[in-house]
Write a protein that binds this ligand. Sequence first.
Ligand code: 5RP
Length: 228
Amino acid sequence: MKNASKNDSSKKNAGYKAAEYVEDGMVLGLGTGSTTHYFIEKVGMRMAEEGIKVKGIPTSFQSLLLAKKWNIPITTLEENDIDLSVDGADEVDSDFNLIKGGGAAHTKEKIVDYAAKEFIVIVDESKVVGKLGTFPVPVEVIPDASRVVIQALEDMGAECEIRMAQRKDGPVITDNGNFVIDAKFSEIASPQHLEIDLNSIPGVVENGIFTQMVDRVIVGTSDGTKEL
Ligand SMILES: O=C(CO)[C@H](O)[C@H](O)COP(=O)(O)O
């Protein structure tokens, strides 16, 4: 599930601005999505034009392919710590809690973003909200557990849908071989508690609520950027 994007120049401004925080020698977490696309592009351009050297840890096959296109060397969490991770979001609230997973990549994104020494979120203005929850919470599940996880989520008050693929019959299959359930809660009173509660359901691999430290939120606008 993606927010419709009429905001390409805003996304580009946010992505390009975040690339200014990249320093020679850094190991980067490479988020997923149409905003992070511009970050990866600009990092690749800086490598070519300025000669800076970085390595990237992709959060999806999408960001892996994009890194390869821009000749960004790939590494893994087994080999390196992450200096800076840059990632998009579907919603960000005033406490910098996030909903992520519109691109079904939130499991690897959470591993990489939470492990980074510094985490920058890049969004356009449509993603900034007073309170999380208009965007349904993506929940990655082991396929065999789908029915019982949906039951548990409904017991918690959510309306649930298994996310369907756009150009394939049947469900979206994540990079990890799982399904995504989009869970719409009428209210998210505590993102911190919901993040923990969702992961305690057997069969849930990871959910798209992110409540750990975000260092900076760069909001792209049509003519520049601002920071929250
Ligand atoms: O969480 C994500 C992928 O799982 C993305 O970062 C999120 O969906 C934002 O995407 P976009 O920048 O294309 O709007």
